[in-house]
Design a protein around this ligand. Structure first.
Ligand code: B12
Length: 299
């Protein structure tokens, strides 16, 4: 996704004249910036926001750096999930990007896309792998593809102001699962936070240093794999205690946190999905609702 665009590029992408586009900019419907030379530029996130709010068609999405044929038709959750798992296992990257951006441009939230399409598609893929229906390389390649698409999605989510609270997170030692934490970061950014994922397999000691240096309002830990429960609980306890002593909220989630493990942990919130995280995060910080005013058809 291109970072900033010229009025000409945006007008062509939206299939309107340059003068109509400039009128919309003057009316404040589209945010613009100026180059040092005084030329108007449009941040791509502002263009995406305009399309999501107005439902304006995008006949040439490639000019915005978006997948071709995006924004045509109204996608449904079930169909999107089915198409995504198929495209991921086939390694069809363009189709994966299209599915994600179709939903987003249609006004759906990134957290719903994560919960209702990405997570479900990977659950299907996990099942296909488990039953021997697909080779493991298809699953791994699918992970790489979705991570690239999610980074593109992240790039069009409006940046939070520097006054917004900071959230950091990732996984503890031994947990290589990248998709959940990437989704958490995106969901928190969408909720108006300055959220940054620090990545995977981070030892407890260095989380303590991060809590000290960054002093976030919220720490999230995603837990998809636990090799040794006792070692995990000892690591986690250190991190939780440090966070609690700094009044940093701790949100946890992930498929490895079964009842037995969870009952031995302390946390501010345990979330089964991104919607629950957004609901919890809103109790800590509530920026003016960034939700769309346009009604979105229930897919
Ligand atoms: C991709 C994958 C991997 C990849 C991940 C690569 C990467 N770069 O991320 C890697 C290579 C690490 C891997 C390895 C293995 N895997 Co694997 N893997 C998967 C797979 C297919 C997808 C995982 C995923 O990312 N899902 C997408 C996310 C978004 O979904 P999610 O985790 O449910 O997350 C949602 C919620 O849980 C929640 N959430 C999650 N974390 C958090 C955190 C917070 C703060 C919040 C608020 C919410 C939240 O929000 C998310 C969105 O709704 C799953 C299948 C499945 N059912 O998920 C198998 C699966 C988890 N793997 C499995 C297995 C067996 C393995 C291996 C043992 C295989 C092997 N023999 O080597 C190893 C073990 C690794 C280990 N150390 O434990 C099994 C586990 C079975 C079991 N009983 O536990 C599964 C279920 C596949 C299967 N059906 O058998 N795997």
């Amino acid at each position: 996704v291109r970072e900033t665009l010229s009025p000409k590029q945006v007008a062509q992408a939206l299939g309107v004249s340059e003068s109509s586009l400039k009128r919309w900019c003057d009316k404040g419907l589209l945010t613009t910036t100026r180059t040092p030379g005084g030329h108007r530029r449009l941040p791509s996130e502002a263009v995406v926001r305009f399309v999501r709010e107005t439902g304006h068609p995008v006949p040439q999405p490639e000019l915005l750096g978006l997948p071709s044929n995006v924004g045509q038709g109204t996608p449904t959750w079930e169909r999107s999930c089915q198409l995504l798992s198929q495209a991921l296992t086939e390694g069809n990257e363009e189709q994966c990007r299209r599915i994600v951006f179709d939903l987003y441009l249609n006004g759906h939230t990134a957290r719903d896309i994560g919960d209702r399409v990405v997570a479900r598609a990977f659950h299907r893929i996990g099942h296909l792998w488990h039953t021997g229906a697909i080779e493991v390389y298809r699953e791994r390649r699918g992970c790489e593809i979705i991570l690239r698409a999610l980074h593109e999605l992240r790039a069009v989510i409006p940046q939070a102001p520097t006054t917004a609270p900071v959230a950091i997170g990732g996984t503890l030692s031994g947990d290589e699962y990248k998709i959940p934490s990437t989704l958490v970061e995106i969901a928190l950014r969408e909720a108006g936070w300055q959220a940054e994922s620090y990545g995977n397999s981070i030892p407890a000691a260095t989380w303590l240093a991060a809590l000290q240096d960054v002093q976030p309002r919220l720490l999230w830990l995603s837990v998809s794999a636990i090799a040794d429960v006792e070692a995990f609980l000892a690591d986690y306890d250190q991190v939780y205690r440090e966070a609690a002593s700094r009044r940093t909220a701790v949100a946890v989630g992930g498929r490895a946190l079964d009842d037995g493990v969870r009952s031995r942990m302390r946390f501010s919130a345990y979330c089964e999905n991104l919607q629950q995280l957004a609901d919890f995060a809103a109790t800590l910080y509530g920026p003016p609702a960034a939700e769309l005013t346009r009604p979105v058809s229930e897919a």
